[in-house]
Design a protein. Structure first.
Lengths: 234, 200
């Protein structure tokens, strides 16, 4: 079970369970009464890729495909792909046998390259030592959903009787105030939450609901504001 | 003619053009690239588990097969519910007036986000715009293209404009003192975490 270390309004900390909130089961594709199997397979050998066919038959090779199936290599086509490993091919198409150099491109919203740099290592700022902090900044629920796109949601769960009281208390306070609490990460407790190493920062908003002795404490993660791209503003 | 979102509130229909808003359009993105010894960009590929085939982009395909190993054409398949019964196809809602129902922020926040659209008014009921400006949120069925399950969309506005947030229904569970957290997270994907985020 994945855990989350967080503090309550009194800045007491505890570690609780968390589970992603997933959508309800939806219809899947199939045939009534039949058991189907999904498979990945090789549909074309390298000699059947567009560049190879152009080199061999010229740009207008459509009729050649109909006449002679030159794109079908019976040695490969139809071979099932079960497990595979990621590899990199050099510009010349050769397999790289050593760890390649990695770079990070920063692209502007219009797709232009803004920066090229060595990849940065991002350290999780919520962990066993540093909790996600209750910042005290409450935002009405209606304002939250009009301001942020809530990209992901995890439900916090107690792991024993003490953490039940801990989480129920937070859920109750938020339920009664009709607000969500901004949660902060890092030593300062004010940074966006980075829950895993090299993960993206997310604004964390805690929503609480109670129903008698039951509670629901949802940590919404947002990496996008509800606004227009700059291009459209200009 | 471009397809539009049509919604109906108390008998008055409003028509909007729409455009998708995503993180890349707002903030740009971070992308990792791999270079070969000459500083040229490498191509990502796969090596089959028997080591016999290098699978480059465009070489793999995917499909469903029946128990006898025969390929099943995608067009033959239908939507099935949990019990394996066929379900009716749901037509696209675009261009067809959808009745609005008042919704709460909680209904929106508990659902799984799918996509966000910015709306541009084409022929709009001013009463609806006023109610949105007051903070009302409305729910309506949304299906971009015909399939076997409509999504739930939420119509709302802020100072930036009018937006539709398309979601999949979700039902988070209540926690009680005697419930034990035993969720298995081994299947959870963290693929999105490679993406960048520059709103801070």
């Amino acid at each position: 079970m994945r855990k989350l270390h967080l503090t309550n309004p009194k800045q007491r900390d505890a570690t609780v369970g968390m589970a992603p909130v997933k959508s309800d089961i939806r219809p899947h594709l199939g045939l009534p009464g039949e058991k189907l199997e999904y498979r990945r397979y090789i549909g074309a050998a390298e000699s059947g890729l567009h560049e190879s066919l152009v080199a061999k038959l010229g740009e207008d090779y459509g009729q050649a495909l109909v006449d002679g199936d030159p794109e079908i290599d019976v040695e490969y086509v139809g071979q099932r792909i079960t497990r595979s490993d990621r590899i990199y091919l050099s510009h010349g198409g050769q397999v790289l046998h050593h760890a390649p150099e990695e770079l990070e491109l920063i692209l502007a919203p219009d797709g232009t390259e803004r920066e090229r740099r060595p990849p940065k290592v991002v350290i999780a700022n919520v962990n066993e030592d540093v909790p996600a902090r209750w910042t005290g900044k409450k935002i009405p629920k209606g304002d939250v959903v009009r301001r942020f796109v809530l990209t992901r949601t995890v439900a916090l769960q107690h792991v024993d009787g003490l953490t039940f009281d801990f989480l129920y208390g937070m859920a109750k306070e938020l339920h009664e105030s009709g607000t969500m609490m901004l949660m902060g990460g890092g030593e300062s407790g004010k940074e966006p939450l980075i829950l895993i190493p090299n993960g993206s920062p997310y604004r964390g908003l805690l929503e609480g609901r109670i129903d008698g002795e039951r509670y629901m404490l949802l940590l919404h993660l947002s990496n996008m504001e509800l606004k227009l791209p700059k291009k459209a503003e200009e | 003619m471009a397809r539009q979102i049509n919604v109906v509130l108390e008998g008055s229909e409003s028509v909007f053009d729409f455009s998708k808003v995503d993180r890349f359009k707002l903030y740009g993105k971070r992308q990792r690239i791999v270079l070969d010894d000459d500083g040229n960009r490498c191509e990502k590929a796969e090596l089959s588990d028997d080591g016999a085939a290098i699978i480059r982009s465009g070489m793999s395909m995917q499909a469903h097969f029946d128990e006898s190993g025969e390929w099943v054409e995608h067009g033959r398949m239908v939507g099935l519910d949990e019990e394996g019964n066929a379900v009716d196809k749901v037509p696209s809602t675009l261009g067809v007036g959808q009745e609005l129902e008042l919704a709460t922020p909680e209904e929106l926040s508990q659902n799984e986000m799918v996509s966000v659209y910015h709306l541009s008014e084409v022929d709009c009921d001013t009463a609806l715009l006023e109610l949105l400006a007051k903070g009302n949120i409305y729910r309506f069925p949304f299906n971009y293209r015909a399939d076997y399950c409509a999504e739930t969309a939420f119509l709302l506005s802020n100072k930036e404009g009018v937006f539709v947030l398309v979601t999949k229904d979700a039902s988070p569970q209540w926690c009680q003192l005697d419930t034990v957290a035993v969720e298995d997270f081994s299947q959870e994907s963290d693929a999105d975490d490679e993406l960048d985020f520059e709103m801070f």
